[in-house]
Design a protein around this ligand. Structure first.
Ligand SMILES: Cc1ncc(C[n+]2csc(CCOP(=O)(O)OP(=O)(O)O)c2C)c(N)n1
Length: 285
């Protein structure tokens, strides 16, 4: 079971709704990981709107597809997606970071319905996603595991150890998205640690590689569907993204990883996204 968004423009509407909910969620808390949440919205819309198999009434269904948000600080974007898919009521989004609540800053599978893996220590999501993919295969399930990595996160050696492992075991049911927004916590990726040509690197590690516009949910859906046809190797999908995309006080700002903001700034960002949402709805006809 999943929401089936058949057209590109429907997926675009879903993405803008998700962006709006994520901003409101962060707005309730007053600060947060805006940059990396905004850059991954269209991927979540494509996955939850048109690609993944899941059942919100049975989040632990063993034959579901799994998502590992390895850049766990983007939890708020995932929570918006999960609420839109019916895993919990939308009102819960106002409880981001509330002590003892179900929506912690970073993803926690023991606290949030629909979160498939606990994350936050960068690099580890590659290993846990591999475990999920291998486990699915050993159980004879046709489930897929989708992994979301940050490009700064790819500084972690664990990512590349996992890349070797996944290729060796031909984990074609594993698809890794790399959020190539070229920024990380303390600045631009090429200044902090230049990771070079990410597509060439994954290709050299034996993965099938695609590169797509990470703000085009239809292109991301198509790339995921193409990956599903590959039975020989894991797939890496490099997402060309902009950190803070669509949030007017974050986009284009060097230090937009974790931000505080005024009510006026957030109101202005929300108003702009509302306008984008109206335009996307109008494009749907
Ligand atoms: C092992 C580890 N080292 C350092 C950190 C601190 N940290 C949190 S987010 C971040 C930068 C992540 O950048 P990137 O992966 O590019 O994420 P994005 O820009 O997409 O948000 C760092 C260094 C961490 N969470 N885990």
């Amino acid at each position: 079971m999943h929401i089936t968004m058949t057209t590109d423009s429907q997926l675009q509407v879903m993405a803008e709704e998700m962006r709006l909910k994520t901003l409101r969620e962060l707005g309730c808390f007053g600060s947060g990981h805006i940059g990396g949440a905004m850059s991954i919205i269209e991927t979540l819309a494509a996955l939850y709107g048109a690609v993944m198999r899941y059942d919100p009434d049975n989040p632990g269904w063993d034959r579901r597809d799994r998502l590992v948000m390895s850049k766990g600080h983007a939890g708020p974007a995932l929570y918006a997606a999960l609420s839109m898919c019916g895993f919990f009521p939308e009102e819960t989004l106002s409880e981001l970071n509330v002590p003892g609540g179900s929506l912690p800053s970073h993803c926690d599978m023991n606290r949030t319905p629909g979160v498939d893996m606990t994350t936050g220590s960068l690099g580890q999501g590659m290993s846990t996603a591999i475990g999920l993919a291998l486990g699915s295969r050993m159980n004879g399930w046709d489930s897929k595991t989708y992994l979301i990595l940050g490009d700064g996160e790819c500084d972690e050696g664990q990512v590349w150890e996992g890349a070797i492992f996944a290729r060796h075991y031909k984990l074609s049911n594993l698809v890794a998205f790399i959020d190539r927004n070229m920024q990380q916590l303390d600045g631009y990726v090429d200044k902090v640690m230049d990771t070079g040509d990410m597509a060439a690197k994954f290709s050299a590690f034996g993965w099938s590689v695609q590169t797509v516009d990470g703000h085009d949910p239809g292109a991301i859906r198509d790339a995921a569907q193409k990956a599903a046809e590959n039975s020989q190797s894991p797939t890496a999908i490099i997402l060309k993204t902009v950190k803070g995309y669509g949030c007017n006080f974050a986009e284009g700002v060097e230090y937009n990883h974790h931000m505080s903001f005024t009510k006026e700034q957030m109101d202005s960002a929300v108003a702009e996204v509302r306008a984008r949402l109206s335009a996307a709805r109008a494009a749907c006809g």
